[in-house]
Design a protein around this ligand. Structure first.
Ligand code: FES
Ligand code: FE2
Length: 449
């Protein structure tokens, strides 16, 4: 396995190209887990998943299994999902409510904040185990912080605050929550899980890629063009057809109507690429009109208008989240190995909004995130073909140059593309990647050579 020094990592990322090993080398993947996923803030879950004491949700930070739980003190904890006795995964369910976590092997049990509760045959250990030792536990992740209900955790005991890490991209999370008339959102409607044989970075890259829909999604674009708007009897047809048709927007549209904005630490968002102004569409849709009325009643007319005029499509919070506030889609990336990735996609319900808004959310999820979706399957096929193509070991470098000469500064300490087809989001992610991987990011511990 090659050994990567800081200098050799720096050679892999250049201003307009990156080395193919970044997608194929298991040694790079191992370093990414250590220097990115085990060091910076990682999205873990949403507070609505652990509303009541004893509620828990099992997930991963990078490749490390953890459990997010609400303890009897009302606080949210994230603990390693590992028994202090012989290392067994303690929580095997995805989620639930429990009085305690009990290991299946020899019955050691833990409080829902991870502390040891009971050890069978305790007397046989004498003074050799100290039940107050924080390491004799399902060990707590050192830093856990929530931003407007979104829970992030860091395996590093020190580092920048969550607010500093998020910077201006926090406004996309604000947009997600602000759209709820009651000012609160909750995960609802289950989860779609999909996997692909490709590197984790491909997913984040694709979600901000304005140049791909016209080609990758050609078959559903053409099928949608010949359908009637109301093709689905459950009323979801309009959303499905609208979305699939819009994927066929011309280059001219992407280059004149849509923007892309990038920020420090690898974060970015793509502008909304739908050409039907929301407020105009709202006048035609009584459910949306009811929603606007509910929003105005709770927030006032001016604030409701400000909220509805935020026009963002996908937002990436590097390195494991891509979400879309307009239809309340939230996707969490789980790296498995250098060439295997699993993505969990969730839906949020806007509290205080008419129920039809959530039906729209689900209808939209079925179009873009469902495992039987006519759109998602195209993207998954493409990720797999990246893997096949890279295995041929042809061109050594992958090009990320589009728009590099016309990128401009943004008012919020970021940079934006001249238009949405700029690959600035790739250059921005790789700039952050290199800073994380070499420990040159201010506030991060230097990476070991
Ligand atoms: S490994 Fe968990 S109780 Fe023995
Ligand atoms: Fe796509």
């Amino acid at each position: 396995m090659p050994d990567y020094s800081t200098q050799s990592l720096a050679r892999l990322v250049q201003p307009d190209r990156v080395h193919r090993n970044l997608y194929t080398d298991p040694a790079i993947f191992a370093l990414e887990m250590e220097r990115i996923f085990e060091r910076i803030w990682i999205y873990v879950g949403h507070e609505s998943q652990v509303r009541n004491p004893g509620d828990f949700f099992a997930t991963r930070i990078g490749t490390k299994p953890v459990v997010m739980s609400r303890h009897s003190d009302g606080r949210v904890y994230v603990v390693h999902n590992q028994c202090a006795h012989r290392g067994v995964q303690v929580v095997a369910e995805d989620s639930g409510n429990a009085q305690e976590f009990r290991c299946c092997y020899h019955g050691w049990s833990y409080h829902t904040d991870g502390r040891i509760k009971n050890i069978p045959l305790r007397h046989a250990y004498g003074a050799r185990v100290d039940v107050n030792d924080p390491k004799l536990a399902m060990v707590q992740v050192p830093r856990v912080q929530s931003y407007r209900g979104f829970v992030f955790a860091s395996l590093a005991p020190t580092g920048p605050s969550l607010e500093d890490f998020l910077g201006h991209i926090a406004t996309s999370l604000d947009d997600m929550v602000d759209r709820a008339p009651d000012g609160e959102i909750e995960i609802a409607g289950g989860v779609f899980k999909h996997g692909y044989d490709g590197n984790w970075k491909l997913y984040l890259e694709n979600l901000l890629d304005a140049a791909h829909p016209l080609f990758v999604h050609q078959s559903s674009i053409e099928a949608a063009k010949v359908q009637d708007d109301a093709v689905a009897s459950d009323g979801s047809g309009e959303i499905a057809i609208r979305q699939m048709r819009q994927n066929g927007a011309s280059y001219g549209f992407w280059e004149s109507q849509v923007g892309i904005w990038t920020y420090p630490n690898g974060h970015a968002f793509l502008g909304d690429y739908h050409d039907d102004a929301k407020l105009v569409a709202a006048m035609k849709d009584p459910n949306f009109r009811d929603y606007i009325e509910a929003l105005e009643a709770k927030k006032g007319k001016a604030e409701a208008q400000r909220i509805l005029e935020v026009r963002r499509w996908n937002t990436n919070i590097y390195p494991n989240v891509s979400f879309m506030s307009q239809f309340q889609q939230f996707r969490v990336v789980h790296p498995i190995s250098v060439d295997r990735t699993v993505v969990y996609t969730y839906n949020f319900r806007l509290k205080g909004a008419p129920e039809r808004m959530f039906r729209n959310t689900i209808a939209f999820a079925n179009v873009v995130n469902g495992t039987g979706s006519l759109v998602l399957t195209d993207d998954l096929e493409t990720y797999g073909r990246v893997g096949v193509g890279l295995a041929s070991a042809g061109a050594e470098w992958l090009n990320i140059a589009r728009g590099a000469d016309t990128d401009k500064p943004d008012a919020h300490n970021g940079r934006r593309g001249k238009n949405s087809t700029s690959e600035i989001y790739l250059r921005n992610m790789y700039e952050a990647w290199l800073q994380y991987m070499t420990g040159t990011k201010p506030g991060l511990a230097a990476a070991a050579e």
